[in-house]
Design a protein around this ligand. Structure first.
Ligand code: CA
Length: 449
């Protein structure tokens, strides 16, 4: 506070004209209150001409009155008002300094906000870490209750309570819909479940999958496949025996592909790995058992290497997908002018069997996948709470807008693919390899918008 008082005095003295010397004295009166005495020497007169003085003295008195009022407000705690008075009486240079200080503080606030966001993300990661507790005899719900009871003893009740309250939410789905195992509309997508977090920078984005219809030993539908797609010459395909080995981190085998992979649109089907060759519209079928290329074909007119990517970018021009009906390619062409084109492919030869053109702009959606012959698109790859926002049905050739909630827990979702055997979506979200349970229902159960 006294620093502000001193600055005010300095300003006042600098702003005064015709005054060479000034001083301020403080002393206590008989009641113990602080008194201020402001003295200015006159350059023209050696002594006072009268009790009331001349215009100069009147001017000094008026300035002193202003100063006393300012000091009084400061002493009285009216700091904000005093600072306003300070700004009015300060020079442009001092105002600039104050503005610079304010900008620096704003930057510090922004930096702190960024760190808070990072810590929030890390907290979410810790929450998702698998808990290796033994299965309770009464099943998952009883186990949760037991864990809740024990947690309340050690102070972590709040977090455990949050975990419990999430479980009944899925039970809002009618029992008839939960038991529905046939093909149908996408009704809901569950919360993301974390299986593995990449530990290197090359794991920022990639592809991880299981073959829904694995046919050829030694691989099964439990085998987990993974490719880190960061880099210019991506060829390593990691194979893990099952999800447990995948979670531990060491592959049982590493296959080296004969040609490099483009982006995150690869998929697996019936013992083959399907992918787009880097910087081309060439599709390749790699036979996993023989470890050799089994088919190669250009996808007619398909844009590639940044011509028609998803909103995420990343050369996601050609996205391959598998569902109950077979193998699909999701892409666009110059003729379609960026709208999503959908082709059903022969899984052996890669030839196009049939093509549909939608009115969904490919670069306005984050990703897409197929379920039961229907194309679904994800609205955003960064928004924490986004939606599945379009469906296109190849049976009718018609599409419509929908709004099925979808969560990007780690805020950078670069791959989303459906596995009909597991009835899950597989996704790679900012180093995190996750799955989502999906629920299907009979037609018209999704909420059209
Ligand atoms: Ca996809």
């Amino acid at each position: 506070m006294w620093l502000l008082v001193a600055m005010c005095l300095t300003c006042l003295m600098l702003c005064s004209q015709g005054q060479d010397r000034a001083s301020l004295q403080r002393s206590s009166d008989n009641d113990g209150r602080c008194q201020y005495t402001f003295t200015v020497d006159s350059p023209a007169e050696a002594s006072c001409p009268g009790v009331h003085g001349g215009p100069e003295l009147e001017g000094i008195r008026s300035r002193l009155t202003l100063l006393e009022a300012l000091v009084s407000r400061l002493v009285g705690g009216e700091r904000a008002e005093a600072e306003g008075g300070l700004q009015e009486s300060c020079s442009p240079g001092e105002k600039n300094q104050l503005l610079q200080d304010k900008e620096q503080l704003d930057r510090q606030v922004q930096e702190l906000q960024r760190r808070v966001d990072e810590m929030s993300l890390e907290a979410e990661t810790l929450r998702q870490r698998p808990c290796h507790q033994p299965q309770a005899p009464g099943g998952p719900l009883q186990e949760l209750n037991q864990r809740t009871d024990s947690a309340s003893d050690n102070g972590s009740y709040q977090e455990m309570k949050a975990e419990v309250t999430e479980v009944p939410a899925s039970r809002l789905i009618p029992e008839s819909a939960q038991n529905f195992t046939g093909c149908g509309d996408l009704v809901s997508v569950g919360e993301p479940v974390l299986h593995r977090k990449a530990d290197g920078i090359t794991g920022k984005y990639g592809v991880w999958l299981q073959d829904p219809e694995a046919l050829v030993p030694p691989y099964t539908n439990k085998t987990v496949w993974r490719i880190d797609t960061v880099g210019k010459d991506v060829r390593q395909l990691f194979a893990y025996e099952d999800k447990e080995q995948f979670a531990r981190g060491f592959p049982m085998k590493v296959l080296v592909l004969p040609e490099p992979v483009e982006s995150t649109g690869a998929t697996l089907y019936r013992g083959s790995f399907y992918y787009q060759r880097r910087r081309s519209r060439t599709l390749l079928r790699y036979d996993l058992a023989s470890e050799s290329l089994a088919a190669r074909l250009d996808l007619p007119h398909a844009g590639f290497h940044g011509q028609h990517p998803y909103s995420w970018g990343g050369y996601t021009d050609i996205d391959l997908a598998v569902d109950e009906q077979g193998l699909w390619a999701i892409y666009s062409t110059s003729k379609a002018k960026g709208a999503i084109v959908l082709s059903r492919l022969d899984p052996d030869s890669l030839e196009v069997r049939k093509t549909w053109e939608t009115n969904i702009r490919k670069n306005t959606v984050a990703n897409a996948f197929m379920v039961c012959g229907r194309l679904y698109t994800v609205a955003s790859y960064t928004a924490l709470n986004t939606t599945i926002n379009h469906v296109f049905d190849t049976a009718t050739g018609e599409g419509r807008a929908i709004a099925v909630p979808f969560r990007n827990r780690y805020r950078y979702n670069s791959m989303v693919d459906y596995n009909h055997a597991q009835r899950k979506l597989y996704a790679w979200d900012n180093f995190h390899m996750i799955t989502y349970d999906v629920r299907l229902g009979r037609a018209s159960s999704t909420s059209a918008v």
